[in-house]
Design a protein around this ligand. Structure first.
Ligand code: ZN
Length: 138
């Protein structure tokens, strides 16, 4: 069974959406992180066992900017925590899911992440992620 680690929400502006979600959740954003490889800035909120991840594009042509241009702001992906991302990638590939990268990438929170094509999951973009204990060697 996979457990939800976080839900990713694409937003135009973190400076607008962080105060909005702080009001909504009645809790503070506890972390912001810029992920240069994905041209995205993230802001995290704790919501019980799971988290919300707000995503703002850091460039005009980043993944999130393109997503919002096409679909508007809103829920972008659902992320599931896995114990071993390599094992889970093989399992999901075997089940017929399309992986968007052959190898995991380093995402927010220093997690290894891999995305699955939404065409295989009712148009929902799925992320699987594995917590790393050590930062990756450069
Ligand atoms: Zn995510």
């Amino acid at each position: 069974m996979l457990e939800i680690d976080h839900i990713g929400i694409a937003v135009n502006s973190l400076s607008t959406s962080i105060p909005l979600f702080e009001k909504l959740l009645n809790s503070q954003c506890y972390k912001m992180e810029k992920i240069d490889s994905e041209n995205v800035t993230t802001a995290f909120f704790k919501t019980g066992e799971t988290k919300l991840e707000l995503l703002e594009s850091s460039t005009d042509d980043g993944i999130i900017a393109k997503y919002i241009a096409k679909k508007g702001e809103g829920i972008h992906h659902i992320a599931f925590e896995v114990a071993d991302i390599f094992v889970e990638m093989e399992r999901l590939k075997g089940e017929g899911f399309t992986l968007l990268s052959e190898q995991p990438k380093v995402g927010a929170d220093n997690k290894l992440v891999c995305f699955l094509h939404p065409k295989d999951s009712n148009s929902v973009l799925i992320e699987i992620c594995q917590t790393q204990n050590q930062p990756p060697s450069p």
